[in-house]
Design a protein around this ligand. Structure first.
Ligand code: NAD
Length: 268
């Protein structure tokens, strides 16, 4: 079905009504989220106004691997920043997506985020595809051993400036994708399948400029899925949207989950 893109700029009720109309009769929902879903939890995005890129850019993988100074700087930042990240709580947008999963409506969350807030909100681990990895794990670049981020944080606090792997002495790194690296193949393959198989993709809080992740909505669209984009600002792929909501993600997602709950559980 071809329909003209509908842009909804004001009014949460209007936005929720547009989402409900688009979702009507569609079975498999997938959410595709970016940094924008977590700004309401106090985690800055990269490219929105006031985003991290206005202050500093993260290292490339080449620089990180070959430059001890870069690593020391990275770990120093992490020592300061990780306690804040790990203390952040899901906001109403994350909680709405978790409720949609519990109601049996949302099958998969594909996220570019590394903050773990979808799982903290209640989405099942195996239904969250973390395209860019997770900040809550640390991985050895030589033997692949994984560590909880909290364990490495203890070593940073104890004064190690560039902690080596306790198993093999290799270089440790966050289990996240750095600039210049490919996405983890398995996560990308799962995300591609989910995008190809869904009937409705809800794109939330992503500028849609980072590829290949940003191509997933186009893939879903080609396979016949309806696309809704909820974003504070315009994105690089707004032309894909059947419904495009310019605004805050949390209240809109909360309203949408409430409206779906009315249909799924009318007596509650
Ligand atoms: P991005 O920063 O490029 O874009 C975020 C978009 O969300 C912007 O267009 C912004 O206007 C919008 N936005 C911000 N707050 C919003 C809100 N409350 N409601 C609706 N829209 C909102 O982010 P991206 O597209 O995800 O790509 C950036 C990369 O940044 C990803 O690779 C991701 O791994 C990484 N990142 C992750 C986190 C996190 O884990 N929370 C934070 C910063 C960056």
């Amino acid at each position: 079905m071809k329909r003209d893109s509908e842009q909804v700029g004001v009014g949460r009720d209007e936005a929720v009504a547009a989402l409900m109309q688009l979702a009507s009769g569609r079975g498999r929902f997938v959410a595709f989220t970016g940094a924008g879903i977590s700004t309401e939890s106090g985690i800055p995005d990269y490219r929105g106004p006031g985003g991290v890129w206005e202050q500093r850019k993260p290292p490339t993988i080449g620089d990180y691997l070959h430059n001890e100074e870069t690593r020391r700087h990275y770990w120093e930042r992490r020592r300061l920043d990780y306690p804040t990240l790990s203390s952040r709580e899901p906001n109403q947008g994350h909680l709405a997506l978790a409720r949609l999963e519990t109601m049996g409506v949302l099958t998969t969350v594909i996220t570019q985020n590394i903050d773990g807030l979808h799982q903290k909100a209640g989405n099942a681990d195996d239904r969250v595809i973390e395209l860019h990895g997770t900040a809550h794990r640390i991985r050895c670049m030589t033997c692949e051993r994984l560590y909880d981020a909290g364990d490495i944080q203890q070593r940073l606090l104890a004064g190690e400036p560039d902690p080596p792997c306790a198993n093999c002495g290799g270089v440790l790194r966050s289990a996240t994708v750095l600039f210049g690296e490919s996405l983890p193949r398995e996560a990308l393959d799962r995300a591609i399948s989910a995008a190809q198989e869904c009937d409705f993709m809800l794109v939330v809080g992503s500028s849609l400029v980072v590829n290949p992740a940003a191509k997933l909505p186009a893939l879903a669209k080609r396979q016949g899925a309806a696309i809704a984009i909820i974003n504070r600002t315009v994105t690089a792929a707004d032309e894909l949207a059947d419904v495009h909501i310019l605004g805050e993600a949390g209240p809109t997602l909360n309203g949408f989950a409430n409206a779906i709950a009315e249909q799924v559980e009318p007596s509650r």
